[in-house]
Design a protein around this ligand. Structure first.
Ligand SMILES: *[C@@H]1O[C@H](CO)[C@@H](O)[C@H](O)[C@H]1NC(C)=O
Ligand SMILES: *[C@@H]1O[C@H](CO)[C@@H](O)[C@H](O)[C@H]1NC(C)=O
Length: 519
């Protein structure tokens, strides 16, 4: 009896071994199959072919907030498609890093974006005064995405694990993020904006590259001289050849259309969620959210005000008639322009705002203010008073009260605006320039008003916040855009001149789109 048991245990073990080796072998074969390209480093991978228990992807951040946000969304889509843990670099606020081909972007990321390394290097007097990276060191900072956005919801709803790289700037085999299961030994670099061969990495079985542009020689030469991103794409079926790789390092990932995925129901659900509630509202920093809510309440509450963002520097840059003076010297801000040209720019901006705001608001704004109202009398007084008086905190507050009252009692669509602009904090103090805008939209308020009324004070909490410990940077300025997003996101409409990707981002903020607005 015991002999029989021993025999059967032995047989079962043998069968198990056979089964395991066959399945392992078939995995090897898959990797060896002709659909996979043979790059130089692939051969070395072959000796250590193994199934990694956890596989990762990451990317190199660049650009303004909206570029970085788009890259993160993209990484999440790809995390779902490729069933990988997403390693998220930190969010950079302030002075952006411009797009660069992979190698330079990687170098910029690891060498100049590490504040610790940078401050050590900049301690010596010579580099502090000569090195551009040292001079601009306090113009930017990095914070973990999770200090602003709810990342857990992404993992909970779609099962995509996210690890934040909150320490160091090492990627690939030098990954510095904490919480990885195994050391990284196998890294595949993919950047279709830089490497034309990455768009064809499934390639042909003889190791030649698709034949696009007539051969590899020319391709390599081309991307060495490259200044602009390539326009190649990865198609959904190509991903399979990267299936076994442990770590995929992308370059700039903000171009969604270039990294295509299968349109599965899960992907569609994910896309919908990313346009509605996932990674949409920077509402996780409690004191910041509280400040925004306070401003929203002042402006009349959720959906009772609208937002206007005027980016004059971009308007000027786009206008060939004003962006150079008669000697050809570039003019970049409103302050570089003479008063007459400032007025022309302002007129153009007002026209554009009028052309694009919701029609009912435009009509309400164009109608004369009811002469019997408090608003009419306050406006008349302000017209007659010097601007130093009418722009005083007390008078501004009287105006706000009159505006809210007008909406409540007389014309519920009369627009109250939250204005963000890159020129001056208080447009009411410069009626000579802002007159055209203020005559159409007298109920126009800014952060500066809120500060003067004591309704907005970032200094009380910033220094004690654990995520904001980069000494030397002006966090109030760094977080400006996030505060604006939180405020404007709860308004009735958002409009910016010139239009930028921020408009698309803002459209996701309001979960309930007012009926008139959606038509
Ligand atoms: C990792 O660090 C080593 C040593 O500093 C460097 O030679 C190598 O290029 C780095 N690898 C990556 C992927 O950054
Ligand atoms: C992408 O192109 C780079 C540069 O040629 C190469 O090193 C890398 O292995 C390529 N990635 C893939 C997945 O083929």
């Amino acid at each position: 009896m015991t002999r029989l048991t021993r025999l059967s245990v032995y047989l079962v073990a043998l069968l198990l071994f056979l089964f395991l080796s066959i399945s392992a072998l078939s995995k090897y074969q898959k990797v060896d199959s002709p659909t996979v390209s043979k790059t130089t480093n692939h051969d070395s991978n072959q000796q250590q072919q193994q199934i990694y228990s956890t596989k990762y992807l990451s990317w190199l951040p660049h650009g303004e907030f909206t570029d970085q946000h788009e890259a993160f969304r993209n990484a999440i889509r790809l995390g779902k498609e490729l069933d990988r843990t997403v390693i998220a670099p930190m969010l950079r606020l302030g002075k952006p890093v411009s797009w660069q081909p992979f190698d330079s972007l990687a170098q910029t990321y690891s060498l100049t974006q590490d504040k610790q390394q940078l401050s050590e290097k900049c301690r010596t007097a010579s580099s502090a005064t000569n090195d551009q990276a040292c001079i601009t060191m306090n113009d930017w900072t990095e914070i973990p995405w999770s200090s602003l956005f709810d990342l857990k919801a992404i993992s909970t709803e779609f099962g995509i694990p996210i690890i934040e790289r909150t320490q160091g700037h090492g990627w690939g085999t030098n990954e510095t993020a904490a919480g990885l299961r195994d050391p990284i030994v196998d890294v595949a670099v993919v950047d279709v904006l830089t490497f034309i061969e990455n768009a064809t990495f499934y390639s042909t079985n003889d190791g030649k590259w698709g034949g696009i542009l007539g051969g590899r020689q020319r391709i390599v030469k081309q991307h060495q001289e490259q200044q602009l991103p390539l326009k190649t794409v990865i198609r959904p079926e190509q991903w399979s050849s990267l299936q076994q790789r442990q770590y995929i390092q992308f370059g700039a990932l903000s171009s969604t259309a270039r990294y295509q995925v299968h349109s599965t129901t899960q992907q569609m659900a994910l896309r919908k969620a990313l346009n509605r509630h996932l990674l949409v509202s920077p509402n996780q920093m409690a004191p910041l959210k509280q400040q925004a809510d306070q401003v929203i309440a002042m402006l009349g509450g959720v959906n009772h005000f609208s937002s206007l963002r005027l980016n004059f520097a971009k308007v000027i840059a786009l206008d060939a008639r004003v962006n150079k003076d008669s000697f050809g010297t570039p003019r970049t801000t409103m302050d570089d322009l003479d008063t007459q040209t400032q007025k022309e720019v302002m007129d153009a901006v007002v026209l554009e705002v009028f052309g694009d705001i919701p029609i009912n608001q435009a009509v309400s704004a164009a109608l004369p203010v009811n002469a019997d109202s408090t608003l009419a009398s306050v406006l008349l007084e302000h017209q007659q008073a010097p601007s130093s008086v009418s722009s005083s905190p007390l008078e501004r507050r009287r105006l706000l009260d009159a505006c809210i009252n007008y909406r409540q009692q007389i014309e519920e669509r009369y627009p109250i605006y939250y204005l963000v602009n890159d020129h001056i904090p208080s447009p009411a103090s410069r009626p000579d320039i802002y007159g055209p805008l203020l005559s159409f939209f007298p109920c126009l308020f800014t952060k500066n008003d809120m500060k003067q009324w004591g309704e907005l004070d970032m200094t009380t909490w910033i220094f004690s916040h654990p995520a904001l410990q980069d000494k030397g940077v002006d966090y109030e300025r760094m977080l400006d855009v996030m505060l604006d997003v939180l405020i404007a996101g709860q308004g009735y409409s958002f409009f910016e001149v010139p239009n930028s990707p921020l408009t698309r981002f803002m459209s996701w903020q309001r979960r309930v789109v007012p009926a008139e607005h959606s038509q």
